[in-house]
Design a protein around this ligand. Structure first.
Ligand code: UDP
Length: 333
């Protein structure tokens, strides 16, 4: 029996595929390669290129393969872009998940682990954020993730399907061996932008606002290493396969770092200057997002091991140095 990884050519999905294969699992990858990279797909995984909104395509995969469970990463994930293209986000994220659940029900596949987001909370009432806080997304992206969770909830009530939804905070880092890593085009995330600046590919990094109500005036976020994040997915898979009930968990490191602290840590790790300019606030950015991940630790037995910000940046830096142009152009030492 195989684990089906939807979006297995993306940043987070590719790390899931590698970790599953490390554990000797059979993995089938589906990806439309719109934002994912063919080079990031594990060479021994079975790969189908196609779109999850295409029901006939998805049925073919479920008919050809023997699927034990699904991990679903296939979605658009940029907050800013979602504000300009809400219909694209609802179509790809929500309709895609609807088709997926229909095909899972048809083929009696019962377990799904799903990548959700801290964006489902919006501006939190209090930190650290626990799973029972109200969900008031401030972006179309966050609304699609919340709607995807609701699709799962109602499907699980009506059919023999169980789900675990994992609400990610800020994911960063890369596999230690650096064969896969983060490569978004265009890049909008803080850690890769800092490291591209350290490599001299950008003249400076712009800090989006230094007038927030935080100790140094810049936004505070909770950064979690992609490898720790994936270990929670594999625990969630085991939990569901052992008849665990449907549930929602936050995944973060429970520690907050400001933008300026991240840049200072990157200067230490890389030994580079990393020039900075101060810009305006970015629309929709809450000032502080810090997770409580106690529930994932207690129920799933999650034990994040790479919680030092230096290690997260170090692993990301190794990837950027080995692949300064991302996928497609590998620089060998
Ligand atoms: N950020 C920044 N400059 C950049 C990119 C990001 O100051 O070029 C800030 C952003 O405002 C936020 C934090 O870094 O406070 C993390 O942003 P990112 O886009 O990585 O993740 P998000 O928090 O939006 O999920």
């Amino acid at each position: 029996m195989s684990i089906l990884v939807l979006g297995g050519a993306g940043y987070i999905g590719s790390h899931a595929v590698y970790q599953l294969m490390d554990q000797g699992k059979d993995v089938v990858v589906v990806d439309n390669l719109e934002t994912g990279h063919r080079e990031s797909i594990h060479p021994e995984a079975v790969f189908y290129q196609g779109d999850i909104r295409n029901k006939e395509f998805l049925r073919t995969v479920f008919e050809k393969e023997s699927i034990a469970a699904v991990i679903h990463f296939a979605a658009n994930s940029l907050v800013g872009e979602s504000m300009d293209k809400p219909l694209q986000y609802f179509d790809n994220n929500v309709y895609g998940t609807q088709v997926l659940l229909q095909v899972m029900v048809e083929h009696h596949v019962k377990c799904i682990v799903f990548s959700s987001s801290a964006a489902t909370y919006g501006e939190p009432e209090s930190v650290p954020i626990t799973e029972n806080l109200p969900t008031n997304p401030t972006s179309a992206y966050g609304e699609t993730k919340l709607t995807m969770e609701k699709l799962m909830k109602w499907t699980a009530q009506a059919h023999d399907v169980r789900f675990v939804s994992l609400r990610y905070f800020n994911v960063a880092g890369a596999r230690e061996t650096a064969e896969i890593g983060e490569d978004h085009r265009p890049e909008s995330h803080l850690v890769p932008i800092i490291l591209q600046t350290a490599l001299g590919q950008r003249p400076h990094i712009t800090i989006f606002g230094e007038d927030y109500d935080t100790p140094d005036g810049t936004c505070i976020r909770d950064y979690v290493h992609v490898e720790d994040l994936i270990s929670a997915h594999i625990l969630a898979l085991d939990y569901l396969l052992e008849n665990g009930k449907s549930d929602i968990f936050n995944l973060g490191s429970s520690q907050g770092f400001s933008v300026k602290e991240m840049i200072a840590a990157a200067r230490t790790v890389t030994g580079k200057e990393i020039p900075v300019t101060i810009g305006d606030r970015r629309a929709g950015d809450p000032s502080i997002l810090i997770a409580s991940s106690e529930k994932a630790k207690q129920v799933l037995g999650w034990k994040p091991e790479r919680t030092s910000i230096d290690q997260i940046i170090q692993d990301a830096w190794r990837w950027h140095v080995a692949h300064p142009s991302g996928y497609g152009k590998v620089v060998k030492k």
